[in-house]
Design a protein around this ligand. Structure first.
Ligand code: GAP
Length: 478
């Protein structure tokens, strides 16, 4: 697999992802999606949305980012959504205490000090309070990775929610939070959706939207950022059936990544070591990033924690009444929570490849190619006239206009044909269609396959149906 630097460089070079506010030196933990990036991200989100909301048992929702502050008290985020932080007095650097310890363990392993590494790892697995983390750091004399200093402050909890004020008065009564997950918008609308649809339990509510976390250690490009997008679905079930549904959704979500071309060797499912405050069971779907395994989606069995808390805090009923048995209960929830932007990065990493292909002079030439699933590819096909004369551009433009009605296609007549192919390979365009001298004689064109670079000749008037068949007509339009 390519290095992260290669992925970041390609993402910038080809207009997938830019640093936020780059001209002002950038804003840490925030990224902008460029022309190719936004097409690919939308393709990814559409694929998820269709997989969810085309089902009869799932409804869609788009809740506001700003919500009543009581939502976050009820959900437990005000009290619990924090990281244990420690400051070094000498370097003035702030670290997540658990990450500081994990990275120290990693360094010990690299030096072959396995026993010490394992001992500290066991202590870390038991650590729960700020005092526990502090004790490990002091006892093991873990140094600041920047300055080497061991002059640490105590460990304190730092809440990850961004705060702002609603309305003209900036005081405690007007504090609102930028949502750290989309899930709560779904829970507080549970009754609204139930009352306005014909859904019966089990059923789900799906939502895609921005989430914000004031992460201390942003890292690895889009992996840990402060503003990101989530694709979450909450599935409401009868208490007692939640583990069946948990297993079901784990499999469904794993298969979804495979269906979009993710190689099985780069995916795995890992149970959570430590459960979040709301979870009774949880697994992560992990992807093998250039820096190692990392979560791209969590499947959580959340019991009735959230609905019960909202019932308690709002004073409104969150009960479900079974119309057949007349049973009343607060449903249990199985959540599928994927990062849209983190999955985008995973698909980009999985697709990145370098190989050698014959150039027009017959020599072998290095190329970078994104082997994206056609569903995710920003551009589905490119149309080229071989040269900018002899009537070729006119034929090519007419074909481009025809295809454009149905697919996201690109027209390019500038530069050598080899360069034009390379440009499309780098953005993952599955097919390139070239109009050449022979087209003018017999109305045929060449179609080049991105992955094999093989070209075949087909009739000009068969191009549209060829693409529709190859790309699966119903899924390639934007
Ligand atoms: N509603 C449950 C929830 O939010 P989570 O495991 O905290 O669970 C779910 O987040 C997904 O959101 C993660 O698997 C990841 O893909 C994405 N995510 C979370 N924090 C992120 C961050 N700081 N940057 C990018 N993506 C993030």
């Amino acid at each position: 697999m390519a290095s992260l630097d290669q992925i970041v460089a390609l993402a910038k070079r080809r207009g997938f992802v830019f640093q936020s506010s780059e001209v002002y030196g950038g804003l840490n933990g925030c990224w902008d999606f460029g022309p190719m990036g936004v097409l690919m991200l939308n393709n990814l989100k559409n694929a998820w949305w269709e997989a969810m909301v085309s089902r009869e048992d799932i409804e869609g929702l788009d809740a506001a980012i700003l919500m009543h502050p009581r939502v976050w008290e009820a959900s437990g985020h005000v009290a619990h959504f924090s990281d244990p932080m420690i400051d070094n007095r000498q370097s003035k650097m702030r670290y997540r205490a658990d990450t500081l310890i994990e990275e120290y363990i990693e360094r010990l392993r690299k030096k072959g000090k396995t026993d010490q590494a394992e001992r500290i790892e066991q202590q870390l697995a038991q650590a729960e309070t700020p005092e526990d983390y502090y004790a490990i750091i002091v006892q093991e004399q873990i140094p600041d990775p920047v300055s080497g200093s061991t002059d640490w402050t105590p460990v304190r909890h730092f809440n990850l929610m961004f705060k702002t004020y609603i309305g003209p008065v900036e005081d405690d009564s007007s504090i609102v939070y930028l949502r750290p997950e989309t899930a709560q918008g779904i829970y507080v609308n549970f009754k609204n959706v139930l009352d306005t649809t014909r859904q019966k339990i089990p059923f789900g509510i799906a939502q895609i939207g921005k989430a914000f976390r004031n992460e201390i250690n942003t890292k690895h490009f889009l992996y840990r950022v402060r503003e990101f997008e989530q694709m979450e679905m909450q599935y409401f079930v009868k208490p007692g059936t939640e583990m069946e549904w948990f297993e079901y959704w784990k499999e469904q979500r794993y298969q979804w990544f495979l269906s979009l071309g993710m190689p099985e060797s780069l995916l795995r499912i890992t149970p959570h070591q430590k459960l979040a405050h709301y979870a009774a069971a949880a697994v992560d779907i992990e992807f093998h990033f250039p820096f190692g395994w990392g979560e791209i989606e969590g499947i959580h069995s959340r019991t009735d924690y959230d609905l019960r808390r909202h019932q308690e805090y709002s004073g409104k009923k969150f009960e479900y009444v079974d119309t057949v048995t007349r049973e009343r209960y607060i449903p249990y929830v199985v959540e599928t929570s994927a990062g849209a932007t983190r999955s985008f990065m995973a698909f980009l990493c999985a697709a990145y490849d370098e190989d050698e292909v014959p150039s027009s002079e017959g020599k072998l030439e290095k190329r970078v190619v994104l082997r994206l699933h056609p569903r995710l590819a920003p551009i589905k096909a490119a149309v080229f006239p071989l040269v900018k004369k002899e009537g070729m551009p006119e034929v090519a433009q007419s074909l481009y206009r025809q295809l454009k009605r149905r697919f996201k296609v690109f027209y390019d007549e500038s530069g050598a044909i080899g360069k034009r192919y390379r440009r499309q390979d780098e953005i993952g365009t599955p097919f390139c269609i070239t109009i050449d001298g022979q087209t003018l004689d017999d109305q045929t064109v060449t179609i080049r396959d991105r992955d094999t670079t093989q070209q075949e000749r087909i009739a000009l008037d068969a191009v549209e149906s060829f693409l529709a068949a190859k790309l699966e007509q119903n899924i390639v339009t934007q």
